[in-house]
Design a protein around this ligand. Structure first.
Ligand code: AMP
Length: 434
């Protein structure tokens, strides 16, 4: 048997899944996706679909060559050389901000006066060590806000959207963590402060952090290594070294969140894994037991330099990504029940087949989820099948019903049935389904 590749999985209809792990049930993914589309509609976001693979350079430049994603986790290969030129280096997208920004530049959306609000839903690929809530192909729902404005109200609006969506999905024990990483000048000062504080104690740091002290000291704050924690805790908060403008931006985001009634905690250690962030950064975690150690559900922030880094004109940006697999994992089972079929049409005897097909068609055209199985069956076995599918109603058509013009509509949940005139059976069903 050939199985799925390591740390990838199939998302299946619940009824066809032989383990009862609801975190891989497709209807739960669809439920969150539908909810997300609805929230994006309300906030004026439009969908964008970018390719699943891009030129590698987009990510090395856009995500940052020192990040874990680029150094360890990308699926990259050299394409075969063909008539369209040299075989180029391609990469399965590990995230979608860089691709959306590429599209923003490529399609000259920057020429527009208005703020561009885009969202995406789709798979991302990272060669990670798998565990509960962490996969090599995972799904993100994300959004990017691009344009001339870096008004803090845009940051707060994006965060409000994420929190509203997660709350409506019924995710328990949410916590919003907020921080600022300032602008480039502020980060230079902060990096100098980190170097100054840590250089004399470099030998106490983990190997990764020691390397980062040279290459990218900000990332030390992300370190999970036990031995680094006391040193990280002793660092000054970045807010203290930022200039007035950056502090004012952060203070305003906080005010807007307060006004929206969204609770948060300021986490001075939050820098996020990617290089492109400026000013606001945030992360949403859930403390629900179902989700386990990988409890970050969403993250994002402002990235005012990214469009320029990728070859576009100076542009402000804010975005976030929400991990769909983890949201589904944390979502209570009752929040997204699988929609059952409403009607199962049973025919008894070959003479009733055509009429049964007609009835199924009528029901489907009226918007009813109707199932039909052409295999001839006894009434008992057909009813068993209808129950197995979880249908709420069955329509029974046999020779007697054909002759009398009175069809039998059975409420399977209540085990009650009534005879209804053949011309009005659908109205009866529509009235009863509620
Ligand atoms: P990031 O793009 O790393 O900021 O991730 C944003 C969100 O995507 C995280 O908060 C997670 O919910 C989700 N995520 C990231 N990596 C994975 C993964 N390997 N498997 C499942 N979800 C992930």
């Amino acid at each position: 048997m050939i199985r799925t590749a390591s740390y990838t999985r199939d998302l299946l209809p619940a009824a066809l899944s032989n383990d009862r792990d609801a975190s891989a049930f497709i209807h739960r993914f669809q439920f969150v996706e539908d909810l997300a589309r609805e929230w994006f509609r309300r906030y004026g976001f439009q969908e964008i679909r970018t390719p699943i693979f891009e030129r590698t350079e987009l990510f090395t430049r856009g995500v940052g060559s020192e990040t874990d994603i680029v150094t360890k986790e990308m699926y990259t290969w050299r394409d075969r050389a063909g008539e369209d030129g040299e075989g180029e280096s391609l990469t399965l997208r590990p995230e979608s901000t860089a691709p959306v920004v590429r599209a923003y530049i490529q399609h000259q959306m920057w020429q527009r006066a208005e703020t561009v609000r885009l969202y995406y839903i789709g798979p991302q690929f990272r060669r990670e060590r798998g565990q509960r809530g962490r996969f090599r192909q995972f799904f993100q729902i994300g959004a990017e806000v691009l344009g001339a404005s870096d008004h803090p109200a845009l940051d707060a609006e994006g965060i409000e959207l994420v929190m509203g969506l997660l709350t409506e999905a019924g995710i328990p024990d949410l916590e919003l963590r907020l921080n600022t990483v300032g602008n480039a000048a502020g980060r230079v000062r902060f990096v100098a402060a980190i170097r100054e504080a840590l250089a004399p104690r470099a030998h106490e740091l983990s190997e990764d952090s020691r390397r980062r002290l040279e290459t990218n000291p900000l990332r030390i704050l992300d370190s999970k290594a036990e031995q680094d924690q006391p040193l990280i805790a002793a660092l000054p908060p970045i807010y203290d070294v930022l200039d007035e403008g950056c502090r004012a931006h952060f203070d305003a985001v906080r005010r807007y969140l307060d006004a929206a009634g969204i609770p948060y905690v300021v986490d001075a250690r939050l820098v996020r894994g990617l290089d492109y962030y400026t000013q606001t950064v945030f992360e949403v975690v859930s403390h629900a037991p179902a989700i386990g150690a990988q409890n970050a559900l969403a993250g994002g922030g402002r990235y005012d330099g990214l469009v320029e880094t990728l070859g576009g004109p100076p542009t402000k940006g804010f975005g976030f990504a929400l991990g769909l697999d983890r949201v589904v994992l944390a979502m209570p089972e009752h929040r997204a029940p699988e929609p059952p079929p409403e009607l199962f049409v049973i025919y008894l005897g070959a003479s009733a087949l055509e009429l049964a097909l007609h009835a199924v068609r009528q029901a489907r055209r009226a918007g009813i989820a109707a199932l039909f199985d052409p295999t001839p069956r006894s009434l008992k076995s057909a009813l068993r099948l209808a129950n197995k599918y979880g249908a709420r109603f069955a329509l029974l058509l046999g020779e007697a019903e054909l002759a009398s013009g009175q069809w039998v509509l059975r409420d399977l949940a209540r085990a009650e049935q009534t005879a209804v005139p053949s011309e009005t059976w659908l109205q009866h069903l529509l009235a009863r389904r509620g």
